[in-house]
Design a protein around this ligand. Sequence first.
Ligand SMILES: Nc1ncnc2c1ncn2[C@@H]1O[C@H](COP(=O)(O)OP(=O)(O)OP(=O)(O)O)[C@@H](O)[C@H]1O
Length: 260
Amino acid sequence: MRDVSKSFSTPQGGNHDVLRDINFSVAPGEFTAVVGPTGCGKSTTLSMICGTDQPDSGEVLIGGRPVDGIGDQVGFVFQADAVFPWKTVIGNIATGPRFRGMPRKEALAEAADWVRRVGLAGFERYHPHQLSGGMRKRVALAQTMINRPRVLLMDEPFAGLDVQTRQIMSDELLSLWELTRPSVVFITHDLEEAISLADRVVVMTAGPATVKQEFRIDLPRPRNTREIRHTPEFVKLHERIWEALRDEVQVAYRRSVTAA
Ligand SMILES: Nc1ncnc2c1ncn2[C@@H]1O[C@H](COP(=O)(O)OP(=O)(O)OP(=O)(O)O)[C@@H](O)[C@H]1O
């Protein structure tokens, strides 16, 4: 993202600056987490990268090319499950390949591989309503990863899950990421989650969002996202990043109290 700014018009007829001069880049295969106070503009940043919205100024490039609409090299996993309720697990996972014109038999065979990779063997014929939240999230992950996106955008994908399932899903996400190595932009409110997953953590300011500071996470891989939190290196990183994030969270909180 190069000097990306964006504002929205307010119902009162004014202008609300949401993003201001955002600059950051994600290397091929890099896992970047973005943290910032609530309402600062994190989701808006993602919508610029995925091409569902355009910046007022600045540019967004993927592989050196300006983003122009939703590209097939980009995959998404958001908080809400984007699975089709009327399709089975395997039918959901085969959606992308079928959409691209792959013959049904081949698409189902490939989907069966991904069913196994996300630990859902035996549940192929289940429908989403017959699965737990964590299982549905696995379907959503497989449904996206089967398309082997170059860029994977995740907006608080595990926010609705309980703490244990969330950690299991974090480890599973890292193993799946290792398989195809997309560049990831992962948005979260949870600084521990960000550090345990990412190669780099980007801290955003309270709105209008801009990049406040970036932190390299040099923790060894493969990682166990639960165990790594107890290491002194993790604790040190957490302290440093929280120092940068805390001020922004407080600004956002004070604003919300004043507005109320
Ligand atoms: N389409 C839109 N029209 C008008 N305002 C919008 C629009 N989209 C977002 N906003 C405003 O932009 C600001 C940033 O929203 P955004 O969802 O990007 O923040 P966020 O950091 O992802 O929030 P949270 O952490 O709570 O999920 C908010 O004040 C929101 O009301």
